[in-house]
Structures are given as C-alpha cells and as structure tokens.
Design a protein around this ligand. Structure first.
Ligand code: DMJ
Length: 629
C-alpha cells in the first residue's frame, strides 16, 4: 500500500539506493577474496592442500628428486595423474654426459650423447629454495621431478639425500670412436637376436632361435637396460622400457635365486633409475626388493638361496641348508641403495647384519673365507677350502665396494678387505712357467692347486679400484701383474678366448705354455671379468695396451661366438677354432656386463660413469657413491 502511495520519483530513488548497495557488497566480497588469496596464494574456493586431493599420493619430498620423463605413460601411475605440480623443482642427477647429452637419432653413431640442451637457470621456489627450473632430457622432453615416491610411513626414516653426483657441470660431449662403434654394432646384433627370438624371456638361444627361462622375468632385457642407456641406444631403450612398464610382473609363483635376482634385476633397475631418472624403474626395484625380503627369515639371519617371489616363501636348495658365501655377501650394494632411495631401513639392516655376522666368524684363513655358510647355525661349513673363484669371488669385491659406496667410513669392511688381500698374497699367489705369470690359485686343506677360474679376473680391477681410493700402491702393482695373466688366458688359447678354468704350469716343460686346459673346462660363457678389469686398468693408468687387449678379445668374440641370424653364443671348446662348438645360449651378462665394459674401456671420457661418483655392482650396474670424492 505504502509503496503505491509513493511518488514515481521517490520509488526511483529507493530502487537506485538498493542497486547501489548490492554493487558495493559484491565489490567488497571480491576484494576480501583477493586479499585472502594474496595471503595464501590459493583461490578461496580451492583451499585443499595437495594431500587432501582424493586419490592422490603426494610425492613425499621426492625421496630422490629424480627427473621424470615428461613423456612417461601416465597411465602407468593412475593415482598420480590428477596431481597438480605447477613449476616443479628439478634436481639433476647423474653425470652430465649421461644425463643431458644423449644421442639424437641421426647422430647416434657419431657422438655418444649429443644433445640435451637447456638447463634453465636456478629459480626460487615457493619455499624459497633455489633449484633448477627444468631441463630438457635426451628425449627432447622437459623432465618433471619424480612423482612416484611414496610418503614414508611413521616407521620409515627420512631417506638420505641424493649424492652430489647431481650437481655436475656440463661438459662437451666426447665423440665416440671406431672401437666404441664396433661395440654398439655388436650390442645391436645381440639385441636383434634377443628381440626376434626371445623377447621378454630370460635368455636367447641364438642357434635354435628360441629362448630359455630361468626366473621368467625378462632377465636379459633388464640386465641390458643401463647398457643401452650408456651406449645411447634410444629406440631400443624405449622399447624395453615399455616392456618393463606393461609386462614386467613380479607377482608370480616362481622361485628365484636371491643373489642372481638381486645383482641382475634389482641392480639393473636401480642403476637404470639413476641414469634415466625414470621413476618406473624405482617402483619396480621396490617391488622386487620387498619380494626378496623373506629370504632373510632364517634362524641365523643368513639368507636362504631361493625365494618364491609370488608366495613370499624362501628356502635353501633341496640338498642342503647351506648358502654360498659369495651369494649372501654380494647383495649389499643393491639393498643398501634401495634403503637410501626409499628411506626404508629394513633392506639395509638385513644385509648389514649378514656382513657384521661374517666379520666376526671363525673359520677364515688370514681373511680368506670358506665357500659355504649354514643358514641355521650361521657358521661356515666345508672348512679349509679357499678360492677367489666361484662361490667366494664377489665377497672380496663387495667388501671394498661397500666401503667406497658408504663414503669410506665403515672400517670393518676395509679391515676385512685388507686382511683378505694379505691372505691372497700369503696363500694363493704363485708364478707360472715359462712366462712367470702371477696367478691366484686355490688352497684345499693346506694343498695349493694351480687352478684359476676366469671369474678370478675381477680381482685386478678391484685391486686397482682400491689403490685409486687410497689403498696400498702395491695393490696396483699386483693388479698390473694379474691383468697380464688374465690377458694371457685368452692370448695363449687357439681361439684367443679364455676357457672357464685354467691350470698354470709351475715348472717349465718343453713345448708347454703357462696355461693348461682340461677338457671339462674349455668352455667360454661370454664372461666379463677380464674386460671389466681391463676397463679399470685403462681408466687408472691410461695405458693403451689395455684397450688393445680388449679390442683383440672383442674381435675374437665376433669371430667365434657371433651367430649370423642374431645374438652371440657361449661355446664349448675354445681350443678348436674350426669348430668351437656353440652351446646355443647367450647369457644375460654378455649384454649387461661384457659389452658395457668393452664400451667403457674404449672410451676416453672419464665422466662416462665417473669412478669417483659411481660404484659398479658385480653385474656391472653402476650405483651412486653416497659421498663422492
Ligand atoms: C655375473 O653374473 C656376475 O659378474 C657375477 O659376479 C659372476 N658371474 C657372472 C659373470 O661371469
């Protein structure tokens, strides 16, 4: 009634006033919003933290802030896809030549790692930390930080920070040379056979154009991943990566050998993670690492040899409750690194306990260990036999390498290593006739045997690595003498390839060389140890003769073990050049180790896996040294 009584003018004024007040209200609400936003840097309607986004696991301060492939198949990690990470911080990892200078397709055979370009300079993050903004990967894609690491549970300690291998200066790419090209060609030939006839299986049988299974886990493919990365074989690497992403499944009712799967699979995945920065490999490494842990549930904590990775049960071999000493003491580099990356101490505790226990055990002979250890009693068994070959070899290698990996602080490891080398000198070193080659024999219940496995040829490389890390200079002298012997194990044989085992002559006999070979020992499995040691010797001395020796060996592999339809084969008779008797098997370590060490041996680039920053596991998978020199 009242509204109707008002004049038209009065009604207009009132309507105008209402409209004015409404506009003021909207403006003030908006500016409050702006003020709030400027305080929180978040829009009013989006005040959830990332942790609160349903279904999203936030990368716990990236355990190892790995660059991640921008082109990684997000579908592999469905729970991560909704996560928003504007302007992610990035930390570079690995030697610059590996990380940012990879081959481009056309130039692959000219320079090893040609073109990763840009590192945009350091930028300030929201938290005020200085960090790299982004980097262009060798795939030409912007690398994102690792999103795949799980937040630690309350039980899990904060992981260690990555080693300073991250902060390396860029250097000019070192062009690859003819010999390295020959290794690339050999690798591709081997890979072609694997791809055509054994894809996704453990080993290629190149003659029957088929495959064999050991664990049924694509052993050759995994063992070869980081070799492809180092050789710059981008297409092959990508194809293999897809198989790992889509087809590598550890949830299988299958028994695997703890040692072999640790050094080849866990080691291979961890090193590929480090070189590529691709979180997929760390995820897979965690998976297999966890599945191997039941092996340590024994009365003595000395692990069983075999684990069923699907069922979570472990057991010793059927005929004994013993484990092999080299096997239980050569899984440490890998499990320790897994702990560092995940922040979960259980891996490291399990393997450190084994080392501590072995450190205190009686039954050693001046630091030399027997070959077997019982999983119930924790005591050495079959006492009195000492070798640096099969069943004991990598115990010695891992003493030194764990000491280096951990920043040279774990004195017990160093003590045990130094004592053992003294034991070798005292009990196992002899000289052959007629050439006076220094070799490492075996001791059985006080009797010396002039038998040396090809496996022992890891020793010159390990001794040289120790000397490089400040140990006695006479270790280097011994390394020089032993690598000459290992070379002679090839050079004195008709095919120029070493047999599995040699016996040295201790006394000169007319018409006899230093090296004798028994019929049962004259096979060659494409093993890496001599080439491995040649690589260390060349790195530390620069003496080209080591490259030349390696070149001879490569040529002989090509001459006697190469299968025309793809792949290389182990052979039964290194003494018969006209019929070396192919065995129809290409071991995974030929791609994982032998060809990798060849490629590194022929390189003059010390940053191509810098030995002050990386330590190779016993399957040639490089892992970072935690406190690099
Ligand atoms: C590899 O699996 C490893 O090098 C191991 O330490 C010894 N045996 C083979 C290669 O010969």
């Amino acid at each position: 009634k009242k509204w109707k009584q008002l004049s038209r003018l009065q009604r207009s004024v009132i309507l105008f006033l209402f409209a004015f007040l409404a506009v003021c209200g909207v403006i003030s609400y908006t500016s409050m919003g702006e003020a709030w936003k400027s305080l929180t840097n978040k829009p009013l309607d989006d005040q959830r933290t990332e942790q609160e986004i349903p279904g999203v696991k936030l990368a716990n301060p990236a355990v190892l802030p790995a660059p991640q492939k921008a082109d990684a198949n997000r579908g592999d990690y469905p729970e991560l896809s909704p996560q928003k990470q504007p302007n992610p911080p990035h930390v570079r990892r690995g030697p610059s030549n590996l990380q940012i200078k990879a081959p481009q397709r056309d130039t692959r055979l000219k320079t090893r790692h040609s073109t990763i370009r840009a590192v945009e300079g350091p930028v300030q993050t929201d938290k005020g930390e200085k960090t790299e903004k982004s980097i262009i990967s060798w795939r030409g894609a912007v690398i994102e930080p690792d999103q795949n690491t799980e937040p630690p549970s309350s039980k899990i300690k904060e992981p260690e920070k990555p080693s300073s291998v991250e902060a390396e200066d860029q250097k000019e790419p070192v062009p690859i040379n003819e010999r390295q090209l020959a290794v690339i060609e050999a690798f591709r030939h081997a890979w072609r056979g694997y791809k055509d006839f054994a894809w996704g299986h453990d080993e290629l049988k190149p003659l029957s154009k088929s495959y064999s299974e050991w664990f049924g886990l694509g052993l050759t493919l995994i063992d070869a991943l980081d070799t492809m990365w180092i050789l710059g074989l981008k297409e092959e690497f990508e194809e293999a990566r897809k198989w790992v992403a889509n087809d590598l499944v550890f949830d299988k009712n299958v028994d695997v050998n703890l040692f072999e799967s640790t050094i080849r699979i866990l080691g291979g995945l961890l090193s590929t993670y480090h070189l590529s920065g691709d979180g997929l490999f760390l995820e897979k490494a965690k998976d297999i690492g966890n599945r191997l842990m039941p092996a340590f549930k024994t009365p003595s904590k000395i692990p069983y040899s075999d684990v069923n990775i699907g069922r979570g049960t472990a057991h010793p071999p059927r005929w004994t409750s013993d484990s092999t000493v080299a096997e239980v003491t050569s899984i440490q580099l890998e499990f320790r690194e897994l702990s560092r990356l995940t922040g979960d101490e259980k891996f490291r505790k399990a393997v450190d306990e084994v080392m501590k226990h072995v450190h205190t055990l009686s039954g050693k002979n001046d630091g030399l260990v027997p070959m077997f250890i019982n999983t119930n009693s924790g005591q050495f068994t079959h006492l009195g036999v000492y070798t640096l070959g099969a069943r004991a070899d990598s115990y010695y290698e891992y003493l030194l390498k764990q000491w280096i990996q951990g920043g040279k602080k774990e004195n017990e490891l160093l003590e045990d290593y130094m004592r053992a080398i003294e034991g070798v000198k005292k009990h196992l070193l002899q000289r052959s006739a007629p050439k006076k080659l220094t070799f490492v024999g075996e001791l059985a219940h006080g009797h010396f045997s002039a038998k040396m496995d090809h496996l022992v040829c890891f020793l010159p490389g390990t001794l040289a690595l120790g000397a490089h890390n400040g140990l006695d200079a006479d270790h280097m002298k011994l390394a020089e003498a032993l690598i000459e012997t290992c070379y002679q194990m090839y050079a004195q044989v008709e095919t120029g390839l070493s047999p599995e085992i040699v016996h040295f002559n201790l006394h000169a006999q007319k018409g006899h060389k230093d090296v004798e070979i028994k019929p049962a020992d004259r096979h060659n499995l494409l093993r890496p140890e001599t080439v491995e040691s040649l690589f260390y010797m060349y790195r530390f001395t620069g003496d080209k003769k080591y490259q030349d020796w390696g070149w001879e060996i490569l040529q002989n592999f090509n001459k006697y073990t190469r299968v025309p339809t793809g792949g290389y084969t182990s052979i039964n008779n290194v003494q018969n050049p006209s019929n070396p008797e192919p065995r129809d098997k290409m071991e995974s370590f030929f791609l994982g180790e032998t060809l990798k060490y060849m490629f590194l041996l022929f390189s003059d680039d010390i940053d191509l896996i810098n030995l002050d920053k990386y330590i190779f596991n016993t399957e040639a998978h490089p892992l970072p040294i935690w406190v690099p020199a």
